[in-house]
Design a protein around this ligand. Sequence first.
Ligand SMILES: O=c1ccn([C@@H]2O[C@H](COP(=O)(O)O)[C@@H](O)[C@H]2O)c(=O)[nH]1
Length: 235
Amino acid sequence: MEKPVFVALDVANQTEAETLLQQLGKPQQTAVKVGMELFYHLGNSFVEYLTQQGYQVFLDLKLHDIPNTVYHGAKQLAALGIQYTTVHALGGSEMIKATKDGLIDGTAQGQAVPKLLAVTELTSISDEVLQNEQNCRLPMKAQVISLAKTAKKAGADGVICSPLEVQALREQVGDDFLYITPGIRLSQNNHDDQTRIATPAKAKTWGASGLVVGRPITQASNPSDVYQLIKKEFN
Ligand SMILES: O=c1ccn([C@@H]2O[C@H](COP(=O)(O)O)[C@@H](O)[C@H]2O)c(=O)[nH]1
C-alpha cells in the first residue's frame, strides 16, 4: 500500500486552499494536513468538506492542555471524520491517554477512530535549543525516543518526529507504531525554519511511515509536479 504524503495546506483562506487542491489532483489520491492557519480561519466546515470530498485528512492542532480539556476537545474532533490528529507528547501520559479516550468516545459507531500522533520534539527545534532553552538533559535522539515510548504506552498510534530519528525509533520503540515525518526538503530547497530535515529518499531509507510536506510543494511554481515527484521518491 502507498505510504501517505500529506500536503500541509498552510494557506490563508479558502480560495488559496481550493486553488492548491485543484492543482494537486483527485481527492482519492491526495492526503492533506489542515493546521492552525486554515482551521482558525475556516473551522470545522472546511474539514468536513475535505472528508466528504474523499481526501485523507490529517487535522494537526497539536493539543496540549489538562487531561479533561483535551478529552472533550478530542471528542469534538473525532466527530469530523478525520483520519489523523495530534497531541503534544510533552504534555505527559495522562494527557495523551485522555486525548485517545476522547477520540474513541467521539467517533460514531461503525467509523474508524482517528489515529493519534504524538508530537515529540518539533522539527524546528535544534539540539542547542533543546539543551539551552528547554533545559533537557538528554540529546535529541534520546529525548525523542523517551517521548515516543511514553506516547506508545499511553495509547498513541504513532509519533511526529524528524526522519533523522526514525531508524533509532524503529529499533527502540518498534515497528508496530507510526513514524510520520515533517522537516522534508528536496536538495534544492532552503530549510526555512526547520532544523532537523531530510529528503524524501532519506526518509524512505530510514523507515518513515508517512511524510508531511508544506512549503516545498505549496510554494513551488508547479505544486502538482513536486507532489508527484515526492510521492514517487518516497514510495
Ligand atoms: O514537528 C513538527 C510538527 C509539525 N510540523 C508541521 O508540518 C508542516 C511542515 O511544513 P513545511 O512548510 O514543509 O516546513 C507544517 O504544517 C508544520 O506545522 C512540523 O513542521 N514539525
